[in-house]
Design a binder for this molecule. Structure first.
Ligand SMILES: Cc1ncc(COP(=O)(O)O)c(C=O)c1O
Length: 416
């Protein structure tokens, strides 16, 4: 009875696979795995459990994943220059939950980036953080809306006495002021947590800020936005053993039990790729983002952050209110096989969330597919033709994308 539905679902998966090879994907929170890493989906690990740590599991049959997980953790310690790594959270939200559940007590005041200024839903009253306290206050911003106002923040810290600051965000154009706030945090025993979900690959590639060196007590992250995947989460720190023991319990049994061994093995593989190619990749990503922003601006789009050089990350944000708003623009681009998301901008009220003024663009995936500055200029031209000139560009998008089917910064070319 359900075989027809089964077959139809397989058909939908095939359509997705085929369609996305024709699209220009500019979703800032996504990336693609290399062909060899992706081909490991469906290994025997996809069926298995391994609660606990390598060498001290609750299940038998874990010899090989023990070896893989230990090697992954050793590599991450090198890549991020840190003493502690937690790779069991299966998403960035799980990683945040592991930390919040142990460090945030009921009624604690926590300072976060507001949603319009780019804060993630897991930092929100309705999200993970809100399960532990509702006492959230927003970082004050500078007039442009894309930077934290350091002096006002220091004043607010003294007045409101937060226990925790959560830096890092989803709309993340410029580094957050970790160093500038860390002395005050140390003096007042405030924990400074850095959510690096979006910029993990740029940190690992040594092309963004280095939060642990600048004074953050830990980094939480997703592994699949600017990092090479698979889709998981992690926590990195140099904190003392007592503090880290809490995080360990927060990750297991706090926010995960089985930790999805197939994607863990893929993360181990893509971490090797990152160690080999990550610095060049991160540099290319940032160059591409700047190039795309400058070209969109030149072609008449209202790209935000112009006075600060538009971006220092993988992202570009555009105020498209004069083109019909983020919802309309993202739909029009989707019809033309350019995929991105609408996004609130800092000047907007929360009530705008379904019809925000902005769109957010990320260049990391197309960079991984081998696109460079010339290709960014071409993408800007396609977006102008589509949105400003109101022409169909779908065929041209599909033709253009055909030449970028290989995944670069990988060992794919070395496959036997
Ligand atoms: C700043 C930030 N933190 C956490 C997350 C959650 O990550 P995940 O989707 O892996 O749960 C996101 C996701 O976009 C994010 O932008």
């Amino acid at each position: 009875m359900y075989e027809q539905e089964f077959n139809e679902t397989i058909g939908l998966i095939a359509k997705q696979n085929e369609w996305r090879l024709r699209t220009i994907n500019l979703i800032a929170s996504e990336n693609v795995m290399s062909r060899r890493v992706r081909s490991m989906s469906g290994s025997d690990f996809v069926h298995r459990y391994a609660e606990g740590h390598p060498g001290e599991r609750y299940y038998r049959g874990t010899n090989y994943i023990d070896e893989i997980e230990s090697q992954l953790k050793a590599n991450l310690k090198i890549l991020f220059n840190c003493n502690h790594t937690e790779v069991r959270p299966i998403s960035g939200t799980n990683a945040n939950e592991a930390v919040f559940s142990k460090f945030v007590k009921r009624e604690d005041v926590v300072m976060v980036n507001s949603t319009p200024s780019g804060g993630h839903i897991s930092h929100h009253r309705l999200g993970s953080l809100g399960k532990f306290t509702q006492n959230l206050i927003d970082f004050p911003l500078t007039k442009d809306g894309y930077h934290i106002d350091i002096e006002k923040t220091k004043f607010l810290i003294k007045a409101a006495k937060p226990k925790i600051l959560v830096l890092g965000k989803s709309l993340f154009l410029f580094p957050d002021p970790v160093q500038e706030l860390s002395d005050l945090c140390n003096e007042n025993r405030i924990k400074l947590i850095y959510d690096g979900a979006h910029v993990l690959g740029l940190i690992a590639g040594k092309k963004f800020q280095d939060p642990l060196r600048e004074g953050a007590c830990l980094i939480t992250a997703s592994t699949h936005k600017t990092f090479f995947g698979s889709q998981r989460g992690m926590i990195l720190s140099n904190m003392d053993a007592d503090g880290w023991r809490k995080i360990d319990r927060g990750a297991f049994p706090g926010s995960s039990s089985n930790h999805h061994l197939d994607t863990l093995a893929q993360l181990a593989l893509s971490t090797c790729e990152f160690m080999e190619f990550g610095q060049q990749y991160a540099e290319d990503v940032i160059t591409n983002a700047k190039t795309l922003a400058e070209e969109l601006d030149r072609l008449g789009f209202d790209v935000v952050g112009k006075e600060f050089g538009f971006t220092e990350s993988h992202q570009v944000a555009v105020n498209v209110s004069k083109c019909g708003g983020g919802e309309k623009v993202s739909r029009t681009l989707e019809i033309n096989d350019i995929i991105l998301n609408m996004n609130m901008l800092p000047h907007e009220p929360l009530s705008n969330h379904d019809h925000p003024d902005g769109v957010r663009i990320g260049v990391q995936e197309m960079t991984r597919c081998g696109m460079k500055k010339d290709e960014m200029i071409k993408i800007a031209a396609l977006m102008k033709e589509c949105i400003i000139d109101k022409k169909s560009v779908k065929d041209e998008v599909n033709r253009f994308r055909r030449d970028y089917q290989e995944i670069k910064y990988s060992f794919d070319g070395n496959a036997s």
